[in-house]
Design a protein around this ligand. Structure first.
Ligand code: SAH
Length: 422
């Protein structure tokens, strides 16, 4: 599909599936027998299986992965509630809409780009990847092939010599907008105008190019300084009827298609009628709270990262949503002050990091006594721990829906509904 046509999509048609899903690759799921077994044995044909370390389940079919992930959630959560079938992908390939490549040199000093081998600092050259957006991989390959003629050197970690360290590509799944971030070791980028012109000519679907300067020696990809070389310096994406701004460093789910299903499920479980006071805790850039705001009386959203809060406020403005307020605070502190102020909360939505929530947070949550708690989790182990804690505080888990955000990897996300029983 023509990417530029995609970028013309509006909020009205955003519930159409994004590009790779509509191509209907479900073919792979249907295959059985010898060819399926061959594919599994060869790690679905990935040249880097067992080296790169990301896709540990390439030797399973997609159904086997979903069954394994459901078993994992059941083992932990079945004692609390019903575990629903995993919400999987129709086409579990090329779902990553944030792709990053390390640039460097091989032993013959040829420019290569790819990822570090698992638990090592050896750079694995990667041409294409089964889970990364294909257009993004193509752009990285174009950049690699352009460097020589522009006399741009890839950064050499051993000598500290060379310019280009990383390339980060972010693509709007539903808008098709593409941002290329060129991470360089120094701000001096000779003939950058010609380089960017040639790159955009080769890939007219690129909507913005940003230079980021990273002269540090740690493993973080982005440095503190940015210079927009082409376009607006950010892209927009659309999710659940809303528009979100994605800057080079913004947090945004890398699999937006599944994120949309996850958020829709979370808001459906919240059972909103339009009058409720909702708290969105660990709100990031505000996605879940903004989606919930359309169905609630008001939303109070809390997040500790100031940059995420800034993005969240601009997302609320962009979507003209006035019944949400963002607070930069520790989520536990915030709930405690809500409880102390006697604020009445009907629904609590939370989406904490892998470590789960804190006892202070959960204790304050029970004190606030919302009728429903919707818990979005990226780690079923801490989900179970926190659900067990809330059970002692008068809540009962009703159901949990696992959602496969990262096919071929061992990760599983889940959304659980808890209700107050006393
Ligand atoms: N709900 C968002 C982001 C979830 S990621 C989304 O779906 O996009 C978890 C978020 O919790 C991160 O943005 C992180 O900065 C924030 N966070 C981590 N610890 C926190 C704490 N103690 N208090 C508030 N926010 C916290």
């Amino acid at each position: 599909m023509d990417e530029r046509k995609e970028s013309g999509r509006t909020a009205k048609n955003l519930h159409r599936k994004c590009r790779q899903e509509s191509n209907g690759l479900a073919k792979n799921d249907g295959h059985r027998g010898a060819s399926e077994n061959r594919k599994k044995a060869s790690g679905q044909g990935c040249a880097h299986f067992k080296k790169c370390g990301s896709c540990k389940y390439l030797d399973m079919s997609y159904e086997e992965q979903l069954a394994k992930k459901r078993r994992e959630v059941r083992e932990l959560m079945e004692k609390h509630c019903k575990v629903k079938p995993v919400i999987g992908m129709e086409n579990p390939f090329h779902y990553r809409h944030k792709v990053q490549a390390v640039f460097g040199l091989d032993q013959k000093k040829h420019i290569i780009s790819g990822v570090y081998e698992e638990k090592s600092h050896r750079l694995l050259p990667v041409e294409s990847c089964l889970i990364e957006d294909e257009k993004s991989d193509e752009i990285i390959s174009t950049i690699r092939s352009m460097l020589r003629s522009f006399k741009i050197k890839a950064y050499d970690e051993d000598t500290g010599y060379g310019l280009l360290r990383y390339v980060l590509i972010r693509k709007g799944c539903f808008t098709g907008e593409i941002m290329v971030v060129l991470v360089t070791a120094s701000p001096v980028f000779p003939s950058k105008r010609n380089f960017v012109d040639a790159l955009c000519k080769a890939h007219p679907e690129i909507t913005t190019v940003v230079q980021n300067v990273n002269d540090r020696s740690d493993s973080l990809i982005l440095g503190a300084r940015y210079q927009v070389l082409y376009g607006k310096g950010y892209i927009m994406d659309e999710l659940c009827g809303l528009r979100f701004r994605i800057s080079p460093a913004s947090f945004y789910q890398v699999n937006p298609l599944q994120a949309q299903k996850l958020y829709e499920k979370a808001v459906a479980l919240a059972g909103l009628s339009g009058r409720e006071t909702v708290v969105d805790a660990y709100c990031g850039t505000g996605t879940i709270g903004l989606i919930a705001a359309k169905h609630a009386g008001r939303v109070l959203a809390v997040e500790s990262n100031p940059e995420a809060v800034r993005d969240a406020i601009s997302n609320a403005k962009e979507n003209r949503i006035g019944n949400i307020r963002f607070y930069r605070d520790d989520a536990g502190n915030f709930l405690q002050s809500c409880a102390a102020d006697g604020i009445s909360v009907d629904v609590l939505l939370l989406d904490p990091p892998r470590a789960g929530s804190s006892e202070e947070f959960l204790t304050a949550a029970a004190e606030l006594a919302p009728g429903r708690i919707v818990y979005v989790s990226c780690n079923p182990v801490t989900l179970e721990r926190d659900v067990a804690f809330l059970k002692k505080k008068g809540y009962r888990a009703q159901e949990v829906h696992p959602v496969d955000m990262f096919p071929w990897t061992g990760s599983i996300e889940a959304v659980a509904l808890l209700s107050r029983i006393k």
